[in-house]
Design a protein. Structure first.
Lengths: 331, 331
DNA sequence: TAGGATTAAGAAAACGGTTTCCAAATTCAC
DNA sequence: GTGAATTTGGAAACCGTTTTCTTAATCCTA
């Protein structure tokens, strides 16, 4: 393995100088920079990220915390996207990304969790798919021991940023689109929401309610708990008399659509997320597509910003509305 | 952060002694072991894995290489399972697991790839979803610089183990089951295979052909290239005159089933893998369920074995046959 | 009981970087 | 041309472990 010392020798400088060049410190002359870079090229030197992480108290590593157990197929696709995005951005920044899963923290106290993370030289965490019931993690974030980036939770402070789409606005947009494109009557809308311990649920419901005010349609809000089954049952019960069904997640939209198909009625259904499975669920469905991989990338960049000492903030990422068709997911 | 020095001081021993206790070296007396462990408990000490990895040339870290881009939804579920299994087993063994993706190695020479891995203190890699076209990776494995565990590729040597189910046998089993449970005639079977650059394809086809000999049914083998679309087209063309359709992957089975539904014929279809999506695809489907998470775990344990100097071997993991129903995947 | 063989514990040198601190060299103002 | 200010580069300590090498202590065996 070629080390920083080899490079130093080759370039005829001290190891500290090489390190400064690598990390773009200001106090190195153009001349030496060139010489060092040349040596780096020639030797195909790549700095050892483990050594770097150990020695520098500043940089450290980033953990991506996800919970793919939660919602089965949908979540495994979504979580994978988050992770891929973060790993990709991490690689570009020469920064180690380690994936961790919520289940690992089950039964731990916050202190234990902190120690576990510290013991891996983790300085910053990205938390995806958190709801208010994960006490250990919310507390962990609130203690601000690490630099935190939370996806889809409204937490912001000196050491904590949050990132995500504007769920209320997106819900309004997709619902408006679904309604206006619907040929039949659209004055009765059934909204099947996600679990109520979730921030995104609150926001999406708020969006739907605001739109109902603005457009003057009748809105029935029910709690589908992010469950496909529950959404199916609700739809079997209430779906027939509605004109449009909007759901707080794609999985529930699929459940609703299955129910409608069984009942032989064909109302438009809209979901939320843009998971691939939607393509398999039937025609006449629309959804809000979130770019989870991009969110993962941005989250990682935000970790870097926070680690460099800047304060937390809120980041809104774009989304798009889409009509889902089987042909588009077919490979 | 509490370090090994704190523990040493507390227990009144040298740091090296603490290290020996942690790593279960033989030459420490029961007495000291007890004293050190007590100190560890009291201080809630967790060894820093980064420092350990840097210092020890033996242990090091394990990379899990996957390619979730390949087959969209199916692969993202499968790859996630591999990763989760490996991370879980890695945590238990106090060993860092880092996920990497095939795409990162695109355009790299083997040497570059090696340097990249070395620079992360990676001593062992688990490769999932590899086919013969990924030249860089196959060469990387063959150079034996790392300890390799390959999933579903018949590579075995001093430093390389492979792991996976017995694809030929599994294919025979599921096909036999599908045929014998089918009430109608079963003397014409259509087999839609995966891409031919893949070992699992070869094995599965071999299994199907052997069974056709044994049971004496007529077998038509076509190349579906792991593509749902292709399988659909093939089925539209040849499906009507068949009695049973067997596919080399679940995704293709879904494509085939969609085609049959469109044609209004109802032959039994069997797939391979056991992905959740199968539940959404229709009735009358069976498949081979692989436990990907378990495979990930076992693969990691095998890395540890290899790193401890033992030679590579072949590991067969169990599988099960299942009838897929929507109710089972519904959450 | 002497003397070698074994066992237990510690001191110190790695591992491959980063960072602090200091000295030398250069620039600048007057 | 002198002294102060500013760049630039290097020496060395450090990050938290592992591991090698010694030494001290204990155990056998003859």
């Amino acid at each position: 393995m070629v080390t920083i010392r080899d490079v130093a020798k080759r370039a005829g400088v001290a190891v500290s100088t090489v390190s400064k060049v690598i990390n773009k410190y200001p106090s190195v002359s153009e001349d030496t920079i060139a010489r060092v870079n040349e040596a780096i090229e020639e030797l195909h030197f790549i700095p050892n990220s483990v050594a770097a992480s150990l020695s520098s108290k500043q940089s450290g590593r980033v953990a991506v915390l996800t919970d793919p157990d939660g919602q089965t197929l949908a979540s495994s696709e979504i979580m994978m996207q988050y992770i891929m995005g973060a790993v990709k951005a991490g690689n570009e920044a020469r920064l180690d990304v380690v994936p961790l899963f919520f289940s690992m923290f089950a039964g731990m106290t916050v202190e234990e969790a902190e120690h576990r993370l510290e013991a891996q030289n983790i300085r910053s965490i990205i938390v995806c798919g958190l709801d208010r019931d994960m006490k250990v993690l919310t507390e962990l974030i609130e203690r601000e021991k690490f630099k935190n980036v939370v996806v889809d939770m409204p937490m912001e402070s000196e050491n904590t940023s949050n990132i995500g789409v504007d769920h209320a606005q997106a819900q309004k947009d997709i619902l408006r689109k679904t309604i206006t494109e619907n040929m039949g009557p659209s004055d009765k809308v059934l909204y099947i929401s996600g679990r109520t311990n979730s921030y995104v649920t609150e926001e999406r419901v708020r969006g739907a309610m605001e739109l109902s005010q603005e457009m003057g349609f009748e809105l029935t809000v029910t709690n589908g708990e992010f469950s496909e089954k529950k959404a199916r049952e609700i739809t079997l019960q209430l779906g027939r008399n509605m004109d449009v069904i909007a759901c707080g997640s794609d999985l529930m939209a699929i459940g609703a659509m299955k129910a409608l198909t069984d009942m032989n009625v064909f109302h438009p259904v809209c979901g939320f997320d843009g998971i691939t499975l939607m393509g398999y669920a039937g025609k006449n469905m629309t959804t809000v597509r979130q770019d989870f991989s991009y969110i993962g990338e941005e989250a990682l960049r935000e970790c870097i910003r926070l680690m460099s000492g800047e304060p937390g903030k809120t980041i809104r990422v774009p989304y798009s509305l889409m009509q889902v068709r089987y042909e588009d997911v077919l490979n």
